[in-house]
Design a protein around this ligand. Structure first.
Ligand SMILES: Cc1ncc(COP(=O)(O)O)c(C=O)c1O
Length: 376
């Protein structure tokens, strides 16, 4: 129950074991094309969806180095660890980075982005659709609309690593220029693959980009992938797993998947509040995870340890200044009502064990009510 890596279905594990196929064979090319095609549906785009061997950060890095140039100015929404990462990558490549600092746990006010755009010119606006370090979700659709209204040439760059496949990220319909995700999140795979899709106007920028790139040269990668191959050796096992995972996702249907994540996140939030804990991301929560604030008297580390040692349930802790203060329960990917109820029940037991006073059973009841109300 962490916000990645997430649980892997048995059928995906079995699919990955059939990995004796050579990555340059015609048989594998067909498999690869099936995976690319399946990703288009989940990213809600008609554009190519590239499959990159690497973790999510590889595509963040490649986004900056391929679609931007050294003289570019970028606007970053910095409301957590991953927003910081956009800024760090931009600085590493020598871009002029301008950031909007957002209190961790809050979503950016899109009007602040508008104001910046009115007064400055940017090559791209970078943000997280789901900021995994805080559990907050920045409003992708509204930000994209504002960028189009204020500076139509500016690229809208969305880190959708824990958003795609959990919550609406309508790449084409909302005019998103670059959208990223990773295998170990809603895609129910082990870590090792990252995904990226880009608009025509973003691809145009690659022609003038002057930043160094070699392994992650996306123009070369795109050309190769259009023929069913990757530029370098393909992690074939992961692609076989991806085909199976995408088949499962398409069978369930994107709307249903998103509704399931909505129900799970509402249930988790309701349970946390019912047992007297706080929510870090109150106003705009991500559907991928719930960041629970423990308040002054409770040590989040003790809850995390109790869940792991007494119940075999792994949840994530806080990062940086939130270490020891929050726990992050992931509910993305191969997660259902039973997983959430088991986690809440275990959390209640741990809370009693460490002396937290609350109405025993209230969390479970609150979660159950939300699941009944919202599950399809
Ligand atoms: C929103 C977000 N962006 C970027 C990353 C970095 O991805 P990776 O750790 O796969 O490189 C993560 C990882 O959790 C993430 O959640």
């Amino acid at each position: 129950m962490t916000p990645g890596p997430t649980p892997i279905p048995e059928s995906v594990i079995r699919a990955m074991s059939d990995c004796q196929i050579h990555h340059r064979s015609n048989e594998f090319k067909e498999i690869f094309k099936t995976a690319s095609e399946g990703l288009r549906g989940i990213f809600e785009t008609r554009q190519d969806c590239l499959i990159i061997a690497g973790s999510g950060t590889a595509t963040m890095d490649a986004t900056v180095s391929n679609f931007f140039s050294s003289s570019d100015r970028m606007l970053v929404v910095r409301g957590g660890k991953f927003g910081e990462r956009w800024a760090e990558i931009g600085e590493a490549y020598g871009l002029d980075v301008d950031a909007i600092d957002v209190e961790w746990g809050r979503a950016v006010d899109p009007e602040i982005i508008r104001t910046r755009l009115k007064n400055n010119s940017y090559a791209g606006v970078f943000f997280q659709a789901s900021e995994t370090s805080t559990g907050a979700s920045h409003s992708t659709e509204t930000i994209a609309r504002i960028v189009k209204e204020e500076q139509p040439e500016t690229l809208v760059v969305v880190d959708g690593i824990t958003a795609v496949g959990c919550m609406p990220v309508r790449t084409d319909a909302w005019g998103l220029d670059i959208v990223l995700s990773g295998s170990q999140k809603a895609f129910m795979l082990p870590p090792g693959l990252a995904f990226l899709t880009a608009s025509d106007r973003a691809w145009d920028r690659t022609k003038s980009s002057d930043l160094p790139k070699y392994y992650l040269n996306l123009s070369i990668e795109r050309k190769k992938q259009q023929g069913g191959q990757t530029a370098w050796t393909t992690p074939t096992a992961l692609v076989l797993g991806l085909v199976k995972a995408l088949e499962m996702m398409h069978q369930e249907g994107l709307d249903h998947i998103q509704q399931r994540h909505h129900a799970l996140s509402e249930a988790c939030r309701a349970a946390a509040q019912a047992v007297g804990l706080g929510l870090l991301a109150q106003d705009a929560p991500s559907r991928a995870l719930t960041a629970i604030h423990c308040g002054d008297g409770l040590d989040a580390g003790a809850i995390i340890k109790g869940l792991r040692e007494d119940f075999g349930i792994r949840v994530a802790g806080g990062q940086e200044h939130l270490k020891g203060r929050i726990l992050r329960i992931g509910h993305l990917g191969w997660v259902d009502d039973g997983d959430i109820l088991r986690t809440i029940s275990a959390m209640e037991r741990v809370l009693s064990n460490i002396g937290h006073s609350f109405d025993c059973g209230a969390g479970l009841q609150a979660a159950e009510e939300k699941l009944r109300e919202l599950s399809l």
